[in-house]
Design a protein. Structure first.
Length: 441
């Protein structure tokens, strides 16, 4: 078929589905929360963009696919999208950079306290499972805090090493600190954990799960020494004494084909008391993709090379099998970090200023948390689709505004089969009320 091209002045957007998010932001009072955050930097002149315009447009840019500051130009020139959110103007990429560069360590602390507390006050749920993890964000310039450290993907390359806390039950980010690339996983962890508890504002932490990077006496003593001790499961580091005690163990219980479990007491020379250790071994022949480590002290002995081992220190009184199953759920934190990198610019919203970069990431985490609330409480989907999937299933709807009887109407390009779905979701989003009620039934 041959065809010609022509042009229209009609303001058309490919993001008509963003009306759902506009509706949710209005219902939960997002703009009021930004306006009430007195610690946010303010514009230097009357012609400057307001914090509401900058922050909301930054979040919307991320939801529309921006993974770096340059990508925000796409939403900047979308006139229909501006009307959906009521913006007179949308900032250029340099506006975001200049604004985030105003943030300091103190500002970041105060602003993150404000928004994280608001998010968790908006969810009616308690007794959380908290997962903490660190990540490596490779850097290619001379940014502040970008230093050489542990970097498995780009050895020798400078990086940042943020630490992040997730609430597993509701799939929300509870805290984020940006750190220099030469920082160890456990460095500053206890202050980070105390800061996280402050942001959760008295919510009960029923279980804390940590990987082996946080394995250490200081962490155990802190968790056990609180007025109300915190239940924990921490993956053990395979130091030589731990390998030897595992190798000498003769009592194993079969859980499944190729999986055996055992319970031991382990006391490091640095510890004041022994602690409960759960050990799992999986036979490589039966489970070639099993996670875990081999006992490196016994590499030359065929018997030990048949298995991969994992070990956990815990203060739980549950059965050994239940402890292991509970810890396995921690793997979802790694999936969340991958999603943050792929869909929310976690590793690419990067500035020269260290605290400017941290500020941008704080708002990227806010974009993630708001999207998580949308997924769980508005879509009510059993499958928690990633943002990239939602972008093309829910938000990518061609639309334009038409003025009818002095009233603007958003005309959506949807076939008849999808209109019923849209109407149902639109009506549901109109009924949003805080707090969101989470059910773990």
């Amino acid at each position: 078929m041959e065809f010609d091209i022509s042009y229209t002045n009609q303001e058309i957007t490919p993001w008509g589905g963003m009306v759902f998010l506009r509706q949710m932001l209005d219902k939960i009072g997002f703009k009021s929360q930004v306006e009430n955050c007195v610690d946010l930097p303010q514009p230097g002149s009357n012609r400057g963009y307001s914090p509401v315009s900058i922050i909301e447009s930054f979040l919307v840019s991320i939801w529309c696919g921006a993974n770096r500051f340059m990508h925000t130009e796409v939403t900047r020139h979308d006139e229909a999208l501006k009307k959906i959110f009521g913006w007179k103007q949308s900032p250029a990429q340099d506006v975001y950079k200049r604004y985030f560069a105003k943030f300091t360590q103190v500002t970041n602390q105060q602003v993150s306290d404000h928004f994280y507390s608001w998010i968790f006050n908006s969810v009616q749920f308690d007794n959380y499972t908290l997962d903490c993890d660190s990540s490596v964000l490779t850097r290619y310039g001379e940014q502040q805090g970008a230093k050489r450290g542990y970097n498995p993907h780009k050895p020798g390359r400078a990086s940042h090493n943020p630490i992040i806390a997730f609430v597993s039950d509701v799939k929300l980010v509870a805290n984020l600190w940006l750190r220099s690339g030469n920082t160890g996983s456990a460095e500053g962890f206890i202050p980070f954990l105390e800061d996280t508890f402050t942001k959760l504002q008295g919510k009960n932490i029923s279980l804390l799960r940590l990987d082996s990077g946080f394995f250490g006496k200081d962490v155990f003593d802190y968790l056990e020494g609180k007025e109300k001790p915190i239940n924990y499961i921490v993956a053990a580091r395979f130091y030589e004494p731990i390998q030897r005690i595992i190798a000498g163990n003769q009592v194993w219980t079969t859980l499944d084909e190729g999986i055996e479990i055992s319970e031991l007491q382990y006391k490091s020379l640095l510890w004041d008391k022994p602690r409960r250790m759960i050990v799992v071994r999986q036979k490589i022949e039966k489970r070639p993709k099993a996670a875990g480590k081999m006992l490196k002290l016994f590499q030359d002995e065929d018997y030990y090379r048949q298995y991969r081992y994992s070990a956990y220190i815990t203060n739980l009184t549950l059965s050994a099998a239940d402890v292991w199953r509970l810890y396995r759920g921690r793997g979802d934190a790694e999936n969340r970090i991958k999603e943050l990198k792929y869909d929310f610019g976690f590793d690419s919203f990067n500035m020269q200023s260290f605290f400017g970069t941290e500020a941008a990431l704080i708002f990227a985490m806010l974009a993630y948390n708001l999207m998580a609330l949308f997924r769980q409480f508005l879509l009510n989907s059993k499958v928690q689709h990633t943002l990239s999937t939602l972008r093309y299933r829910t938000f990518a709807i061609g639309a334009y505004f038409q003025k009818i009887n002095n009233k603007h109407t958003l005309k959506l390009s949807l076939n008849m089969k999808r209109r019923e779905w849209f109407e149902g979701l639109w009506n549901h989003s109109n009924q949003v009320n805080l707090p969101f009620k989470f059910s773990n039934a």
